[in-house]
Design a protein around this ligand. Structure first.
Ligand code: CO
Length: 151
């Protein structure tokens, strides 16, 4: 089911999200709905707080594939890249954000199994953007030259 994407100003976007401890049907439904919502919105990533759920769950949709990360944590971050970023919760705006160029994370899947993953380039940018959401941080906090889509 496609869920409504909450917009900047909604307090849920500023809350620190809770760790997932139950790998149950509710989590499955959340992840399925996030996938449907993200693909319909044609975005690169979606975090659970963006659909009003304050849990440490994100989805990333990039060239490398579609990924679901539960309780993700950075192991390390390397290098630097500067590029354009937007957010489905900040419609019509873009900004320039500097991020690490390469990151390693550990995470769980929807069954609770543990994995690690290295992402680079745009994939790393998307991972950083989505993990920020879990701590109530939005790219607009980090962006230089925040601007409207048509400027
Ligand atoms: Co976002």
């Amino acid at each position: 089911m496609i869920r409504e994407i909450v917009q900047l100003g909604d307090p849920v976007l500023r809350k620190k999200c809770e760790q997932v401890t139950s790998f149950d049907n509710e989590l499955n439904v959340l992840l399925d709905d996030m996938k449907e919502t993200l693909l319909a919105a044609e975005g690169a990533g979606l975090a659970a707080p963006q659909v009003g759920v304050s849990k440490r769950v994100v989805a990333v949709n990039v060239e490398e594939g579609y990924f679901e990360f539960v309780n993700p944590l950075f192991v390390w971050q390397k290098g630097e890249q500067t590029g354009e970023e937007g957010c489905l919760s900040v419609r019509g705006k873009w900004g320039t954000v500097t991020r690490p160029d390469k990151v390693k994370i550990v995470y769980q899947d929807r069954k609770g199994d543990k994995y690690s993953l290295v992402a680079r380039g745009f994939f790393a940018r998307a991972v950083c953007h989505e993990l920020d959401h879990l701590d109530g941080v939005l790219y607009v906090d980090r962006a230089k030259n925040l601007r409207e889509e048509n400027e």
